[in-house]
Ligand binder design. Structure first.
Ligand code: SF4
Ligand code: SF4
Length: 458
């Protein structure tokens, strides 16, 4: 009897519950008090960033921050927004599975084949902090032919839909003719495979990037140029002179001016490597760039801490926490000037922080004929993952190779509770792990750095 009476009521309750959507906070959500009355809400799983400034919204936000569970109400503006942006998730969502899906789709099963080509070990500059040995070794034509066959094999066997070539060095434009031949031949080869796209970019000091060379490279699909200028003219010329010790500022700026005078769709990642001397001049330098190029969105600002003393032991360089603080300050200046910056994007978007060397779809071809992973420490024996046969076959040293690619957030103890897993999947710089068996990352410091960057930029 009691069951008969209660059951319909219970059934009705279940129906009502089925229409209700219960929401909880994502474990990848950050609620950040900016300290000036405003708040930021960020998800490392979706990359969403929402700024709260108005008091009425902030009061509602604070309610949400102090509540564990919510019933979804489409008329509640903030609940709806948070649901859409992945800050609040359906209570039955398994976020571990979502992260795993993202990892599989973007990292382990990526459809992009990424190659870094060291075109030469020689350079026309002698930068104060350069850690590379300048040698007269270059990528020979037979090596380039084997690389084209390697690309073909990879496209056929692994179904890659995009091939991305990064020209690197030394100064790659010292081998301009080889680059042009390589791009033309690879375009012809790839054209025989339906639906495969070839894109390329270049890390160059831009001294040799004359208007005619830029026009040709652009016509061959080279669309992104990482060009380094270390602050204002005087300090840049001191940090990045020619072999003859002459300054390089005027020629680089003249080449950039030509690039910016075109209507081409390309991007310059304008990099500044900073130590204490360079940092002092960066506000003035960024103001100059902002005025000269009217905040053209094709220039994207990037800054990086100098991490080695190169050939100048007098360089005053920053440790990791100092550089995190400086990056946040730089982000603020860039925002105030209305320039575009890679830093917040690079640091806060899902999948953006996994190093190429840790991925199975990435190979670095050195001009010594060896295939490597890390594009920085190229001379290390532990970085040599194999060689290439004349027909493009990859003769792999599986023992070395596996140490670079087979470690991730699932195997790394430090990543177990880290809220930044969707950004790097435990694949942030694999070098220390390969060399010393341990990931060099402190998750709390990494989270603090992201929070500080967001606070500075938004
Ligand atoms: S602990 Fe470090 S490497 Fe691991 S997920 Fe967090 S930030 Fe990435
Ligand atoms: S392994 Fe580390 S040093 Fe080498 S390219 Fe990746 S992040 Fe840079």
């Amino acid at each position: 009897m009691a069951t008969e009476v209660v059951a319909p009521v219970f059934d009705e309750d279940v129906d009502i519950m089925a229409d209700e959507i219960r929401l909880v906070k994502s474990k990848y959500a950050f609620f950040i008090d900016k300290g000036d009355g405003a708040y930021l809400v960020y998800s490392s799983l979706t990359g969403a960033i929402i700024a709260f400034k108005e008091i009425s919204y902030i009061e509602r936000l604070q309610d949400i921050m102090n509540t564990d569970e919510f019933i979804y109400d489409e008329n509640d503006e903030i609940l709806s927004l948070f649901k859409e942006k992945g800050i609040l998730i359906d209570a039955d969502t398994n976020e571990d599975m979502l992260v795993r899906l993202m990892y599989d789709e973007n990292i382990t099963k990526s459809k992009t084949l990424q190659l870094i080509l060291f075109m030469t070990k020689q350079c026309n500059f002698r930068c104060a902090y350069c850690f590379q040995k300048q040698e007269d070794i270059k990528m020979e034509m037979d090596a380039l032919q084997s690389i084209i066959k390697f690309v073909e094999n990879q496209v056929v066997n692994n179904g890659y839909k995009q091939v991305k070539i990064d020209f690197f060095g030394g100064e790659p434009l010292l081998e301009y003719d080889s680059i042009v031949w390589f791009l033309k031949t690879l375009h012809e080869t790839i054209a025989t495979y339906n639906g495969v796209e070839l894109i390329s970019d270049m890390t160059t000091n831009a001294y040799l990037l004359s208007p005619d060379k830029f026009d040709t490279l652009f016509s061959l699909g080279c669309r992104e140029y990482m060009i380094t200028i270390d602050g204002t003219e005087e300090i840049h010329n001191r940090m990045r002179p020619l072999i003859s010790e002459e300054g390089t500022w005027d020629v680089i700026l003249s080449n950039i001016r030509y690039m910016m005078s075109t209507t081409f769709d390309f991007k310059i990642i304008l990099r500044s490597n900073y130590n204490a001397d360079v940092v002092e001049t960066l506000p003035e330098f960024y103001r100059y760039i902002s005025e000269q190029f009217n905040n053209d969105q094709r220039i994207v600002i990037f800054s990086a801490n100098i991490f080695g003393h190169g050939n100048d032991s007098m360089l005053e360089i920053y440790n990791k926490s100092e550089s995190d603080r400086i990056e946040a300050g730089i982000a603020k200046i860039i925002k105030e000037l209305g320039l575009t910056s890679t830093s917040p994007m690079a640091m806060t978007l899902p999948c953006s922080r996994a190093c190429h060397a840790s991925k199975q779809n990435s190979y670095t071809f050195d001009c010594d004929g060896l295939i490597k992973k890390c594009a920085v420490m190229t001379d290390l024996k532990q970085n040599h993952i194999g060689t290439l046969g004349l027909n493009g076959e990859f003769k792999r040293n599986s023992n070395v190779y596996s140490k670079w690619v087979c470690s991730d957030y699932l195997t790394e103890r430090k990543c177990k509770r880290c809220k930044l897993v969707p950004l790097c999947f435990g694949k942030k710089c694999p070098l220390p792990r390969v060399l010393f068996g341990e990931l060099d990352c402190n998750p709390s410091d990494a989270e603090i750095a992201i929070v500080e960057l967001l606070k500075a930029y938004y």
